[in-house]
Design a protein around this ligand. Sequence first.
Ligand code: PMP
Length: 276
Amino acid sequence: MIVYVNGQWLDDSSATVSFQDRAFVFADAVYEVVHIYNGSYFKLDLHLDRMQKGLDKLRIQSQVNDLIPVFNELLNRNPEVKRGSLYVQISRGEAPRAHGLPKLKEPTVVVYVRPLTPDPRIWEQGGRATFVEDLRWQMCNIKTTGLLLNCMAKEEALERGCDDAIFHRGEIVTEASASNLFIVKKGTLVTHPTGPWILPGITRHVVIELAKTLGIPVKEEQFTKDDLLSADELFLTGTMSEVSPYVEVDGNKIGTGEVGPVTKRIQEAFRKETGI
Ligand code: PMP
């Protein structure tokens, strides 16, 4: 696989970054994952917008739009990647370890694409989830590489025989380990509002827009674990999870325990939007 690291095109076996890189030492970096459908990026502009906001908030001096030629070149160099993902990570750069933010002019940039063979099991049959207390920080709206609590939550879910973890802060449900979350109550979609407790997902945004065009009402407001357990339907949204129905949480069936009609309408509209 050919990867792009700091202006160079390298084989992944020889691509390296410094042990003093701030991403390695402090997770002082932001990243994006973009889905590739039919050999083109899906909603790249929205991903780059979100990434730039994260860079600006962390005062990492980098303009992500400068990388657009690199993203295009990656598709040219990897024409076999018709369905896949782009990974881009920008860290503050390399500096001797110190907590203050060094004013570095050369961020570390890593970009690559890889192919994906989708597994339709959850999309078709629905997944099983488990609740995990959300112990993450209060800046979940910035997509930093500091994902250890997301990884630990996912691992806890796998150990409990589930597909994913649903985070809650006390009684309030926030999102899943790598996806946003919607419940369906009496035909209305409800999802946690944007803010410091969730990532403002691109797929979440696309789904809200699609729901509007389908005439499905959407409420962006907080709801509890009990609201979730008594919902008619539940689905997660994410760049890689797309629109993933979930039919069971901690052994409790959601609605009928089967993929529901509103979720199916959203899945269908989303599939059309991706062009596959
Ligand atoms: N929340 C978290 C914690 C995530 O990691 C992701 C995946 N990027 C999402 C939500 C979904 O965001 P998106 O639709 O932009 O992929």
